[in-house]
Design a protein around this ligand. Structure first.
Ligand SMILES: Cc1cc2nc3c(=O)[nH]c(=O)nc-3n(C[C@H](O)[C@H](O)[C@H](O)COP(=O)(O)O)c2cc1C
Length: 330
C-alpha cells in the first residue's frame, strides 16, 4: 500500500489533503470530523482584521459615555479586540489538544501589517503549528499604480516573515502582472509556502431588488486550471513549498497538482458540497493510483511534470488555443 505521507513547510502530513480555511474549520467539532475523515492538516477559519476592528468599533458605539475619556477609549477598544482574539486563540489551543494532525492558524487582512506584529506571536504560544496569511489589495484606485501595490505586498510579507517565528504560508491571488516575479520575491524572503490561489469573495447583483448581493462563494471544478498551470510553472523554480487551492474536486485533480509539483492541496468547496468524508475516498483513490503506477511514496512522482523537468517546457506557457480548437467543417 502506497505511503501518502508528505512534507509541507517542515510539517509532516499523513497525506497531502488539507482542509482549507472555511466555516468547516471554525469550531472544534467540525475540526474533529475533518480529522476523522482523514484530513492531513487543517487551516482554521481566518480571523479577519476587519472583524477585529469592527468588534472594537461596535463596543465603542455601545459605550459612548466613555468616549470623552481618552484612557477609557483605549481600554475599551483594546478589550473588545482581545475578546475576539482570545476566542480564536482558545480554538487553536483546543484544536491542538484534541487533534493529532497539524493545526494552521489563518490571518486575513490588508494594510501595512501592524496587526500581524500584535497577534501572530500569540498564535505560537497556544501551539499553532504554522500560520497562513491571506493578504489582498484590490487595486481599484486609479491613484495607485501596480508597482505601489506590489511594494505593499512585499513590505507586508517582510513584516510577516520578521514577526512570525513559525512556518509561514502566504495565500495569494494570481492577479499580478508578473506572478513569477512576485513569487520569487516571496521565496527570497524565506516564506515557507505559497498557497496558489486564493478565491476572493465576489459581489453580484440582484436584478429584482436592483442591489448588490454576495456572489456564490463556492468554486466550480473548472477553476483548477489556472492553479495547475502556475504550480507547473513555478514548483521547480522556488525553494518554498506550493499548496494548490481552488477548484479541486476529485482525486485525479489532486494527483495532477502533485505531478505539477504541489506539496499539498487545500480543499474547501468540495467538502462543503459533498461532505468531509470525500477525503477518505480521495486518499484511497490516490493510493490505488500510486499502486497501479508503481509509486511507493509521493516524492516518487511529485513534480514529475513540472515545467523545468519537461522536454517541451512551452506546454505550460501556451495561452492560445491554436491547436486544441477543432472547428466543425475544418
Ligand atoms: C464559505 C467560505 C468561507 C471561506 N472563508 C475563508 C476564510 O476565512 N479564510 C480564507 O483564507 N479563505 C476562506 N475561504 C476560501 C477557501 O479557504 C478556499 O481558498 C476557496 O474556497 C478555494 O478553494 P475551493 O475551490 O476548494 O473552495 C472561504 C471559502 C468559502 C466558500
Amino acid at each position: 500500500m502506497a505511503n501518502l505521507q508528505t512534507n509541507y513547510m517542515g510539517l509532516t502530513l499523513k497525506n497531502p489533503i488539507i482542509a482549507s480555511s472555511s466555516p468547516l474549520t471554525s469550531n472544534l467539532d467540525s475540526l474533529k470530523r475533518l480529522e476523522d475523515a482523514g484530513a492531513g492538516a487543517v487551516v482554521i477559519k481566518s480571523i479577519f482584521q476587519e472583524q477585529v476592528d469592527k468588534e472594537a468599533d461596535m463596543t465603542m458605539e455601545m459605550n459612548e459615555a466613555f468616549l470623552t475619556h481618552a484612557d477609557a477609549y483605549g481600554f475599551l477598544k483594546g478589550a473588545s479586540e482581545d475578546h475576539l482574539i482570545d476566542a480564536y486563540l482558545t480554538l487553536i489551543e483546543d484544536a491542538k489538544k484534541s487533534l493529532d494532525i497539524p493545526v494552521i492558524a489563518s490571518l486575513n487582512g490588508s494594510g501595512k501589517g501592524d496587526w500581524i506584529k500584535e497577534y501572530a506571536p500569540r498564535f505560537k504560544v497556544v501551539g499553532a503549528d504554522a500560520i497562513e496569511i491571506n493578504h489582498y489589495e484590490i487595486g481599484s484606485s486609479r491613484k495607485i499604480d501596480s508597482r505601489t501595490i506590489e511594494k505593499r505586498y512585499i513590505n507586508f510579507a517582510k513584516i510577516a516573515r520578521k514577526e512570525i517565528d513559525l512556518p509561514l504560508s502566504l495565500k495569494i491571488g494570481s492577479n499580478f502582472s508578473s506572478p513569477s516575479w512576485m513569487m520569487h520575491y516571496f521565496d527570497d524572503l524565506k516564506i515557507d509556502s505559497l498557497v496558489l490561489f486564493n478565491k476572493f469573495y465576489n459581489p453580484d447583483i440582484d436584478i429584482e431588488k436592483m442591489s448588490i448581493k454576495p456572489g456564490i462563494p463556492m468554486s466550480s471544478p473548472s477553476e483548477y486550471y489556472n492553479t495547475l498551470r502556475w504550480i507547473g510553472l513555478m514548483s521547480e523554480e522556488l525553494n518554498c513549498d506550493l499548496c494548490a487551492n481552488t477548484g479541486i474536486y476529485d482525486s485525479s485533480t489532486i494527483i495532477k497538482m502533485l505531478l505539477a509539483g504541489a506539496s499539498s492541496v487545500e480543499l474547501c468547496s468540495v467538502l462543503m458540497k459533498d461532505g468531509v468524508d470525500v477525503i477518505n475516498k480521495f486518499t484511497s483513490e490516490i493510493s490505488e493510483w500510486m499502486d497501479k503506477k508503481g509509486f511507493n511514496a509521493i516524492d516518487d512522482f511529485k513534480g514529475q511534470l513540472a515545467q523545468e523537468r519537461m522536454s517541451d517546457p512551452t506546454k505550460w506557457e501556451r495561452t492560445q488555443y491554436v491547436k486544441s480548437l477543432h472547428i466543425k467543417g475544418n
